[in-house]
Ligand binder design. Structure first.
Ligand code: ARG
Length: 584
């Protein structure tokens, strides 16, 4: 494993050294190197610096060029405009750097020097409830962030904080006691049967609950029995959880996503800590009794009536709710798991909840400067018409139906294009294309924005879609197969065409982009990078014949660019949780 510094990093360092040689009083100044249309890179750090030191930027830029000398990586540097530097790197340096990347199984991407431990809370559906399109985002974004963080060397632990606790279980369990046998044992059902059983029991128990006051009373007593750990009650509760897990796993499998059982740690897991959490908060004066409840107040957080909106740690009836489980989870994640970062991939509609929870935990001393807590608050999924995503009947769309439809649509696209695929192959590919399309559409939008769930657009071959990226990848594989005996090989002595240079410099930026995207929790930046990579490849492919290049060395060098593009696409897509089929 050898990490390979990007050419831009090397040049930036050379410029920084030249800058401090030319202008020692500037100290360690940033030359501000960017990719540019004029040359390969432009550095405009001289402008601000000259302004600060009351000098002339063009003069300073000229001095920097003198101090730079002529390092091997740089083919040309010129002062332009008010004092920019336009820098062209050498073809040889590009090919050599890429060859070093190709020789490394991590594409030369370094590992974090000081990895932390991020506990990432994502993919958290609710027991006995259908998963809807809102749960899709948390799962998809969380899984991608995790993939990206892992690749940088950060340690991650997943926490699927499922909704498996609360008053609704009193109703469900009481109903099951009065109507035994309504839930088939979890090991005898598949995901679909599990959900349809749960749905049936949910509806039936709701109906009884709404109609029968005495049942309501029994249901409320059942909640108390559950929270105090009554054996019979807990066993039945466990049945609901197990049945739901069968269903969850079937949806996650459809989403082509690994969810580990030991990381499904729902609200109930913190039940034993909740009383202590409440006591600690009260003793520390963070929480106070108010109208019989235990609450935390915040000066800055007020409701519409101007009255402070408190966070409720313990309800008047003594029960603990959502806030108590999240506060207990923080204690567990910070003190037992020893997390340095807590990341929550949760709907933006819960951001007030997290603001209050984090602030309460800070006051209690559980969150300190040593721990970062961040709510990656994602926006809403809208229908293709830009309105909230509902079926014609006005109910939330079932996640599975949506995924099935995406796969179906993908099958049409694949079948249309496929020349030499059997029907079985088409179906297999359609799964990877359809699920990839759904994930990519989500990931390529900035998470905090709403986005439209538009299947037509998602499976389109043109534009910023995963299908476009998958086709680029498959096309490269087909060229590599056609090349037969001739393998990819780097030839640093060759001159590069403009499209080769553009592709090469972009390939070189993979690691830097990944680190930036991971640090900002911004999968859309990685997606944008990959889209740009596929576009640059398309231009290269249009302008530079590969197998029919002029010389055997040029054929090998272009195959080398093809192969490295394919590996980078594959790696980047894999981090986002998207497959790249070998043939399409
Ligand atoms: N189960 C919740 C829901 O569906 C999301 C849980 C988010 N995680 C957390 N630690 N509160 O809305």
């Amino acid at each position: 494993m050898a990490s390979v510094p990007a050419l831009s990093t090397k040049v930036e360092q050379q410029l920084a050294d030249a800058l401090s040689a030319a202008l020692p009083e500037a100290g360690a100044a940033d030359p501000l190197l960017r990719r540019s249309d004029r040359a390969d890179f432009q550095a405009n750090g001289m402008l601000a610096l000259a302004k600060k030191l009351k000098g002339n930027p063009r003069e300073l830029a000229t001095k920097v060029v003198e101090a730079l000398g002529s390092p091997a990586e740089i083919a040309d540097v010129e002062v332009s405009g008010p004092g920019f530097l336009n820098i062209t790197v050498s073809d040889k340096a590009i090919t050599e750097t890429l060859a070093a990347r190709a020789a490394d199984d991590r594409l030369g991407v370094p590992l974090k020097e000081k990895p932390g431990l991020t506990v990432i809370d994502y993919a958290q559906p609710n027991v006995a409830k259908e998963m809807h399109v809102g749960h899709l985002r948390s799962a998809v974004i969380g899984d991608a962030l995790r993939g990206m963080l892992d690749f940088t060397g950060e340690k991650t632990i997943g926490r699927h904080h499922i909704g498996d606790w609360g008053t609704q279980f009193g109703m469900l369990i009481q109903y099951l006691i009065e109507n035994p046998g309504e839930l088939a044992p979890a090991d005898q059902v598949d995901g679909e049967q599990a959900m349809s059983n749960l749905n049936r029991v949910y509806k039936a128990s709701r109906a009884v609950f709404d109609a029968d006051e005495e049942f309501q009373d029994r249901a409320r007593k059942r909640v108390v029995a559950l929270q105090s750990g009554d054996k019979e009650t807990l066993d039945l509760w466990q049945q609901f959880v197990d049945e739901s897990k069968v269903y969850f796993h079937s949806v996650f499998a459809k989403l082509d996503m690994e969810v580990r059982d030991d990381e499904i740690v729902g609200e109930s897991a913190y039940n034993d800590m909740m009383a202590e959490t409440a006591r600690l908060l009260e003793e520390a004066g963070v929480a106070v009794r108010s109208e019989g409840a235990l609450v935390v107040f915040f000066d800055e957080i007020r409701g519409q009536d101007g009255e402070p909106t408190p966070l409720i740690v313990q309800k008047t009836d003594g029960g603990f709710g959502y806030a108590a489980s999240d506060l207990s989870a923080i204690r567990n994640r910070v003190f037992d798991l020893k997390a340095s970062t807590l990341l929550y991939v949760v709907d933006v509609r819960q951001s007030l909840h997290f603001r209050m929870v984090f602030e309460a935990a800070r006051r209690a001393g559980w969150l300190t400067d040593a721990v970062t807590a961040h709510n990656m608050a994602y926006g809403t999924v809208l229908g293709a018409d830009g309105k909230p995503f509902k079926t014609r009947e006005g109910v939330s769309v079932r996640l599975e139906d949506l995924l099935d439809e995406a796969v179906q649509r993908a099958a049409e696209v694949v079948r249309d294009k496929a020349r030499d695929l059997t029907e079985d192959e088409i179906q297999a590919q359609a799964v990877q294309v359809g699920i990839g399309a759904v994930k990519y559409a989500d990931l390529s939008t900035s998470p905090n924005r709403d986005y439209r769930f538009d299947l037509d657009q998602m499976v389109s071959l043109n534009g910023d879609t995963s299908v476009y990226l998958q086709y680029a990848y498959a096309r490269i594989q087909s060229i590599l197969r056609k090349a037969g005996e001739t393998g990819p090989a780097a030839h640093p002595e060759l001159e590069l065409a403009p499209a080769e240079r553009a592709l090469g410099l972009h390939l070189d930026a993979f690691g830097a982009t990944l680190f930036e995207a991971a640090a900002e929790y911004a999968p859309h930046k990685l997606a944008a990078y990959l889209y740009q990579l596929a576009s640059l490849y398309t231009t290269f492919y249009d302008q530079c014949p590969v197998l029919k290049a002029d010389t055997p060395a040029q054929v090998e060098n272009r195959l080398f660019l093809c192969a490295l593009t394919a590996r980078t696409l594959h790696q980047g897509m894999a981090l986002l949780g998207i497959r790249t089929p070998e043939r399409l």
